[in-house]
Design a protein around this ligand. Sequence first.
Ligand code: PMP
Length: 400
Amino acid sequence: RFEAITMAPPDPILGVSEAFKADNDEKKLNLGVGAYRTEELQPYVLDVVKKAENLMLERGENKEYLPIEGLAAFNKATAELLFGADSPVISEQRVATIQGLSGTGSLRLAAVLIERYFPGAKVLISSPTWGNHKNIFNDARVPWSEYRYYDPKTVGLDFEGMIEDIKAAPEGSFVLLHGCAHNPTGIDPTPEQWEKIADVIQEKNHIPFFDVAYQGFASGSLDQDAASVRLFAARGMEIFVAQSYSKNLGLYSERIGAINVVCSSSDTAARVKSQLKRIARPMYSNPPIHGARIVANVVGDPALFGEWKAEMEMMAGRIKGVRQKLYDSLTSKDKSGKDWSFILKQIGMFSFTGLNKIQSDNMTNKWHVYMTKDGRISLAGLNLAKCEYLADAIIDSYHN
Ligand code: PMP
């Protein structure tokens, strides 16, 4: 019986780390998964996280089950961080927030809610997008299609294509948007473009569904990175927002995030919340407490909150530094006259190099640079010392 089970393919992102581990070459570089590394290319635990954990130990907090919806202090803090503490959606209690298993688990809760309450409704996802989005909607049996986003000719946003595709979708579709630092392209709409996107979504009675995995990591400012979501919220729209603390607090393995559903009334929000709990209960019963306490402690303590912002700026700053150095190295080494300025225009953890699958394979097979096959490299896994080597690898792969 079990003999009939076939081998599943390796995950396109996490599979890269597995291949990296198996490589014994000294020069190897893992630019696959989006995880922040120090200049020494070591994993980094934020000081504020250590401080919050010490506080938790001192208090001798217990390990009793959380309620299905998660830690109340976390849910309050996370919604306020996203919408702004003074937002009417908060004061009018129009947001249903429940703790999720990081960004992925929160997206999955929303996907199930869509499948249950909007049968047949389609989710529009950007082309390209983070690889797991398709898996999440497939497994939740939610139909999806793509809207144009990336224009290879300009290595920028295909704004007209995006608007056309959102307009052409059946009325009442869900439009998945990356709140900031679009993964994998690193290309975000401008504030004016966000306004137009909101116009079209409203015209078509679509429902915006934000995936916010990098708040504070794109610009270094939590508020600025939430501007897209707040712009939609200020229009009084109904919105989904999934949040993750994997990157901005470095809590990858704690699996801490949330799903927020902005509703038109507090009554509706209460009902939506009850349904989210009903979805969560048979899936995992209730979420883990450790990461939720860390977030609640950091956000709830003005001194720790200030320190967190400084550490986030430091991390975002280091990534900007390697981005600049990579651009400088490419520009000085490449004699072909190719314009590499797109690298500087992209934001967040990633750079979308434009390398195709064959060229990406060359990066790995010849240069031991591990990256996803869509040409994405994680600058968070790069340091200044390796920029020249990486530039050599990219130039060789492009031109051969
Ligand atoms: N959405 C996007 C766009 C992401 O890039 C990521 C992380 N790579 C996630 C969601 C979710 O990550 P996690 O489940 O660790 O929060």
